[in-house]
Design a protein around this ligand. Sequence first.
Ligand code: NAP
Length: 249
Amino acid sequence: MDIRFDGRTAIVTGAGSGIGAAIARELGASGAHVVATDLDGATAAETAAAIAAAGGQAEAAALDVADAGAVAALCDRVAAERGLHLLVNNAGIGGPLAPTGDYPLDGWRRVIAVNLDGVFFGMRAAIPHMAAAGGGAIVNIASILGSVGFAGAPAYTAAKHALLGLTRTAALDHAGQGIRVNAVGPAFIDTPLLDNLPADAKAGLAALHPAGRLGRPDEVAALTLFLLSDRAGFITGSYHLIDGGYCAR
Ligand code: NAP
């Protein structure tokens, strides 16, 4: 299936690493002008450089998605310069691992700020521009932990569950303006996000998937690009697992 985004501009958050970097690279290879953003501007610049080296168009920006003003300023600038058509709210953190009864307050607040507030700030800033331009498409990177719980990760699980309600409501609010909003729910994907787990944990996590392995960032990128594309023109307000069968049991 040939999916192209020529003439469209995409903002990707958390594009300096893992899933976000893979999505940004695939968008660049598919003709989009990519605005690769990350908390760490240097890693965003690396992704933009990789896109350019492969013949695509990209720019980089440092962006903390938990900073509503900065998110709005970036969306306003991009929309004014070249139009804003696509948004991938990907930035996320794992946060501390601790039982709910012991969970640190600062960890809770930071996970909710990045993984939930950040997605709301992105949509709030981008949607008016998309509406004015006649439409757009948004993908929010949720998780299987939007569907099921995971011991030791109450903040992450709460944020990802909430993200699904936010996605559905934004889709209802803006379907009439030609804006589609969907969520993707990856299981455990082999990225630096898993690096704060104990050394032997990756093998244990892989075994939780009926497919018998962790997922890859490029697999999440493929689903995300489909949902952003016109091929998915009748898909909005929905949540798409990519989980090696994790939630099928
Ligand atoms: P990753 O490799 O750690 O990449 C996440 C990126 O987001 C990093 O570059 C990180 O920057 C950036 N970031 C962190 N806080 C930010 C902020 N406040 N503003 C902007 N950028 C920020 O993780 P990943 O696995 O690719 O995760 C991407 C998304 O997929 C997340 O939403 C995550 O919850 C979701 N997801 C991941 C998995 C998995 O197993 N990997 C499974 C399901 C869902 P720094 O490195 O500088 O902090």
